[in-house]
Design a protein around this ligand. Structure first.
Ligand code: HEM
Length: 408
């Protein structure tokens, strides 16, 4: 068999390529890229299982997620792996980026590897943002309201982008299918394409090693296969063991089904967007755009251009005072804003205030029909207290559902 394949494929050349020695000074931090790769594959695998039961419609999404968590064998575990895996991915990708900054590995000739890395970071955050809406619970809905509002403040294209995200004037069925399509089709294709290019550059330029390597030491370290691959696989197994334990013992939260009229809800994004969410609070009124658009965009552009801005000699970070200061201040800023964002008070959203006004102005009962699983019609009523007892004093709104049978 081996001979058969050898005669037809350049297997020995491929094997020689894999066995090429890496730079002499390489440490565990050089496994972070492989761990990010592993998590991307784990997210794809667990997501594929979740998709077998999930249904992207406001009527069914929340029920489907409840069903996965409570009824499907190993459903809660797989959902846990996917949920906590997303957070782990953000942490690992961020640490991988820091390791690249630490050793100045973004410097020439690896600028393109860096740029494709930054694009991957955006895709990872995109996965987080689109996935957050899918359970269609209160936090999913209201965090998306805030996210779309943020996008709408961008100059010129803001309103258009927000409209495309929502698929109309309001967040609803089209938004959910759009986010689902982005989360399960567009972003995975983009991610695997970008990873392919990223890894091509990594192999083409070879590992940068640490700056302490002399030119001779660049080709005298352990081979990529089997030594480095073995270390990476051990790292993956440890990471999986940690994730599996968290997935087994920490239930994934699921709040009540999304209620667009619940203006009292305190919207919070996922923890890795909290720093942006906190930033908004410092810029109100006409200055809002500084927090929603200017600072994030300038930050991203500077990050993309880092290899072209920092032309200093390649050294470890603590021997590059300017880079050390900028990195420490940026990381400390993001961490501090995240902590403040986690404990800060409620942020008013336009949609929240609009929906309160709508409910309070309702002169006639709002009747909507929807089909429940057994094919039975259900009527959704909203009546103000005034309509119920005619006192006209209070403005409380009552929400109730009646089946066709109960109506007759
Ligand atoms: C899904 C996200 C990512 C995956 C799967 C990934 C994967 C990898 C892998 C497997 C390596 C080789 C091993 C290593 O040096 O750790 C690598 C190297 C590299 N990555 Fe990433 N990466 C990702 C995101 C990023 C990000 C966000 C950046 C920076 C903005 C980045 C910049 C780089 C650079 C510059 C190298 C070359 C390092 C060197 O030669 O020493 N990557 N990446």
């Amino acid at each position: 068999m081996r001979q058969f394949l050898n005669e037809r494929l350049p297997l020995s050349e491929f094997s020689a390529h894999l066995r090429k020695p890496l730079p002499k000074h390489i440490n565990l931090l050089f496994s972070l890229g492989s761990l990010a790769m592993f998590l991307l594959l784990l997210q794809a695998a667990t997501g594929a299982f979740l998709a077998l039961y999930y249904s992207p419609s406001p009527e069914h999404a929340h029920n489907a997620v409840t069903y996965i968590s409570e009824e499907v064998p190993f459903g809660a575990f797989v959902r846990g792996l996917h949920h906590w895996g997303a957070s782990a991915m953000v942490i690992i990708v961020f640490l991988h980026l820091l390791r690249v900054v630490l050793y100045g590995s973004y410097k020439a000739p690896r600028e393109l590897t860096w740029i494709f890395g930054v694009l991957l970071l955006l895709v990872v955050l995109g996965f987080g943002f689109t996935g957050y809406l899918l359970p269609w619970d209160e936090k999913a809905y209201w965090a998306t309201v805030v996210g779309v509002e943020i996008a709408s403040t961008a100059p010129v294209l803001g309103d258009f982008v927000a409209k495309v995200m929502r698929g109309g004037a309001e967040i609803g069925a089209v938004t959910l299918s759009r986010f689902y399509a982005l989360h399960t089709i567009w972003l995975p294709w983009l991610a695997f394409g970008l990873v392919g290019v990223h890894l091509f550059f990594v192999r083409y330029y070879g590992s940068s090693g640490t700056p302490e390597n002399t030119p001779e030491e660049m080709k005298t370290g352990k081979p990529f296969y089997p030594d480095q691959v073995f270390e990476d696989v051990v790292g993956m197994l440890i990471l999986f063991a940690v994730l599996a334990s968290v997935a087994l013992f920490v239930p994934v939260p699921l709040e009540d089904v999304a209620d667009p009229t619940n203006a009292d809800y305190d919207p919070r994004p996922e923890w890795y967007f909290l720093f942006l969410f906190q930033l908004l609070k410092y810029f109100q009124g006409p200055f809002e755009i500084i927090g929603t658009f200017v600072i994030p965009t300038v930050g991203m552009v500077l990050l993309l251009l880092l290899p072209f801005l920092d032309k200093s000699e390649r050294e470890v970070l603590w021997k590059r005072p300017l880079a050390l200061t900028v990195t420490s201040v940026s990381v400390a800023g993001v961490v501090l804003l995240t902590i403040l964002g986690a404990s800060s008070p409620k942020l008013e959203t336009q949609e929240a205030s609009q929906s309160t006004e709508q409910t309070q102005d309702a002169a006639t009962p709002d009747i909507e029909t929807e089909t429940v699983e057994e094919g039975e019609e259900v009527f959704d009523f909203q009546l103000t207290e005034e309509e119920i007892d005619g006192t006209g004093e209070a403005e409380e709104v009552f929400d109730f559902q009646l089946t066709e049978e109960e109506l007759q």
